[in-house]
Design a protein around this ligand. Structure first.
Ligand SMILES: Cc1cc2nc3c(=O)[nH]c(=O)nc-3n(C[C@H](O)[C@H](O)[C@H](O)COP(=O)(O)OP(=O)(O)OC[C@H]3O[C@@H](n4cnc5c(N)ncnc54)[C@H](O)[C@@H]3O)c2cc1C
Length: 471
C-alpha cells in the first residue's frame, strides 16, 4: 500500500530541504525523495560549501605568504600546499553539514526516501530505485535542481576537460588551467587555483569578466586579476578543445578575429548549468516546460494542480531565473507557507544579493548603472574606495570600492555594487536598504561604526550626494 503524505518534496538541495523543514514546521507530514547518498544537493556537496572551503584555504596561503608583511618570520622558505589534507578538511566540512540536514529531518520528523522519484499520475510519486515504493501526496514540490552543462563541440571527459564537480576534488594542482566562462563559478576557481600556483587563463565570450555585474566591478576585477597573474581573454570564443597525453589543446577566436592556441593541463568548463529533469516524468505528467526547465507562475505553481516547483530547475517570467542557493530556499519557504494557507507575496528578484567569492570578493544587489539608465531613471552614482579606510589598511586589503546607483528625483537607492574585502558580507546592509526602499539620505544618516569596512557604504552614500568626507 502506498504511504500517504501531505507533501512530497523531490530533491534535497537548498530548495527542497528548506521547503520540507518549513512544511513540517507548519504541521505537514512530509517526505523528501533524494537519490544521492547525502542530503543537501549541489550547494552542500558540489557547490557553495566546497568552493568556499577551498577559497578559505587559498586565503590562508595568501596570509602565510605575506607573513613578512605582518612581522612574522616562518622558518621554511616556501609554504607547501598539501592537496590531500586540503581535500580532507573540505570533505569534513561538507559531511558535517550534510549530516546536519539529516539531523534537522529527524528533528522535524521528515522521512528521507532514498531513491529516484518519478511523477506517476495525480498525487502519486514513484520511487524507481533505492527504497522502491509508491508515495501518495496531496502536494508535490519539484526541487530537482541543475547540473553542469557544456557547450556544443566541447566534450567533458572529467579527466582533462572537467566541470566544477571535478574541480572541487582535484588531488593535484594543475600547472596550467584554462577556464571557460567568467561567471561566479569561473572566477572563483581562477582565484583558488591561481593562489595554489596554477597558471590560469579565463576565456569569456562576452566583452568583460563577470558580465552580469556593473561594468565598474568587471573593470576592477580584471585589473586585480591582471596584477595576480590571471590572464583574461574576453570577447573570445572557445572553438575547439581536444585532449591528448600532454593535456588539452584549446583553440579560441576573439571577436577581433585574432585566434589563440593554448595548451593546458586542464580545461574547466564553467559556462552554466542546465535543469535536472531526466527520469522525472514531468512532461508525461502534463507539466509545461520551457527549454527543459519547469515553467512556474510567480507563486511557483506549475501548470498541473498541486504540483509546485522551486530552485534551479524552474523558469518564470521573462527574465533569467537566478540559480542561487538563497533564492531556492526563499522560494521553498514561500511555497510551504502558501500550501499552509498563509498570505504570501511574490519574491522581488531585484532584491536578491549576488555574491561572488573570488579575490577580491564581489557583492551586489539591484540595478547596475547601465540597467538603471536603460530603464529611464535620472541616475546619480557615488563610489568610495576601500583603500582609504583605516580598517582596510590594517587588514592589508585595500583593493576595490562600493558604488551606489540612485535615482536623482526621489533619491531612492536602485543598486549597490561592491568589490573588495568582506563585500559578500557587507552587501546584506544594501539588501535591507533596497527592501525598505531607502533613500541615499537615509544611508547617509545611518551611523557606521569606526573603524569598519562598512564605513565604505556610508561614505559611498555621502559620495552619491557629492560630499564624501574622506575623499
Ligand atoms: C561550483 C558552484 C558554486 C556555487 N556557489 C554558490 C554560492 O556561493 N552561493 C549560492 O547562492 N549558490 C551557489 N551555487 C548555486 C547553488 O548551489 C544552487 O543554486 C542551489 O544548490 C540550487 O538548489 P536546488 O535545491 O534548486 O537544487 P540542487 O541543490 O541541485 O538539488 C537538487 C537535488 O535533487 C536531487 N534529484 C534530482 N532529480 C531527482 C529525482 N528524480 N529523484 C530524487 N532526487 C533527485 C539531486 O540529487 C539533488 O540533490 C553554486 C553552484 C556551483 C555548481
Amino acid at each position: 500500500m502506498a504511504t500517504s503524505y501531505d507533501v512530497v518534496v523531490i530533491g534535497s538541495g537548498t530548495g527542497g530541504y528548506v521547503a520540507a523543514i518549513r512544511c513540517a514546521q507548519l504541521g505537514k507530514k512530509v517526505a523528501v525523495v533524494e537519490r544521492q547518498t547525502a542530503l543537501g544537493g549541489t550547494c552542500l556537496i558540489w557547490g557553495c560549501i566546497p568552493t568556499k572551503a577551498l577559497l578559505e584555504h587559498a586565503h590562508a596561503l595568501k596570509v602565510i605568504r605575506d607573513a613578512k608583511e605582518w612581522g612574522i618570520t616562518i622558518p621554511a622558505a616556501t609554504p607547501v600546499v598539501d592537496m590531500n589534507q586540503i581535500q580532507a578538511r573540505k570533505d569534513r566540512i561538507v559531511n558535517g553539514l550534510t549530516r546536519g540536514v539529516e539531523f534537522l529531518f529527524k528533528k522535524n520528523k521528515i522521512d528521507w526516501i532514498k531513491g529516484t522519484a518519478r511523477l506517476a499520475g495525480k498525487g502519486t510519486v514513484e520511487v524507481t530505485d533505492g527504497d522502491r515504493q509508491t508515495l501518495e501526496a496531496r502536494e508535490i514540490i519539484i526541487a530537482t535542481g541543475s547540473s553542469a552543462r557544456s557547450v556544443p563541440g566541447i566534450e567533458i571527459d572529467h579527466r582533462r576537460i572537467i566541470t566544477s564537480d571535478d574541480a572541487i576534488a582535484l588531488k593535484e594542482i594543475p600547472k596550467t588551467l584554462v577556464i571557460m566562462g567568467s561567471g561566479a563559478v569561473g572566477v572563483e576557481f581562477a582565484s583558488i587555483y591561481r593562489r595554489f600556483g596554477s597558471e590560469v587563463t579565463i576565456i569569456e565570450l562576452l566583452p568583460r569578466l563577470v558580465p552580469l555585474e556593473d561594468e565598474a566591478i568587471s573593470a576592477e576585477l580584471e585589473k586585480s586579476f591582471r596584477k595576480q597573474g590571471i590572464k583574461s581573454l574576453t570577447a573570445t570564443k572557445v572553438t575547439k578543445a581536444s585532449t591528448g597525453a600532454a593535456g588539452v589543446e584549446i583553440e579560441a577566436q576573439a571577436a577581433d578575429e585574432k585566434s589563440h592556441k593554448l595548451t593546458a593541463d586542464l580545461l574547466l568548463v564553467a559556462t552554466g548549468r542546465g535543469p535536472m529533469t531526466i527520469g522525472l516524468g514531468a512532461e508525461d505528467a502534463g507539466i509545461k516546460m520551457e527549454r527543459g526547465y519547469v515553467k512556474v507562475d510567480e507563486l511557483y505553481r506549475t501548470s498541473v494542480p498541486n504540483v509546485s516547483a522551486i530552485g534551479d530547475v524552474i523558469t518564470l517570467g521573462d527574465r533569467p531565473h537566478p540559480q542561487l542557493a538563497h533564492v531556492s530556499s526563499a522560494e521553498g519557504i514561500l511555497v510551504a507557507e502558501r500550501l499552509a494557507g498563509q498570505d504570501v507575496r511574490p519574491i522581488n528578484y531585484d532584491h536578491v544579493p549576488n555574491c561572488t567569492y573570488c579575490d577580491p570578493e564581489i557583492g551586489s544587489v539591484g540595478l547596475t548603472e547601465a540597467e538603471a539608465r536603460q530603464k529611464g531613471y535620472d541616475v546619480r552614482v557615488g563610489s568610495f574606495p576601500f583603500g582609504v579606510l583605516g580598517r582596510a589598511k590594517m587588514a592589508g586589503e585595500t583593493e576595490g570600492f562600493v558604488k551606489i546607483v540612485a535615482d536623482k528625483k526621489y533619491d531612492e537607492i536602485l543598486g549597490v555594487h561592491m568589490i573588495g574585502p568582506r563585500s559578500t558580507e557587507l552587501v546584506a546592509e544594501a539588501v535591507l536598504a533596497l527592501r525598505l526602499e531607502c533613500t541615499v539620505e537615509e544611508l547617509v544618516k545611518t551611523i557606521h561604526a569606526h573603524p569598519t569596512f562598512s564605513e565604505a557604504i556610508g561614505e559611498a552614500a555621502h559620495a552619491t550626494h557629492g560630499a564624501a568626507i574622506h575623499l
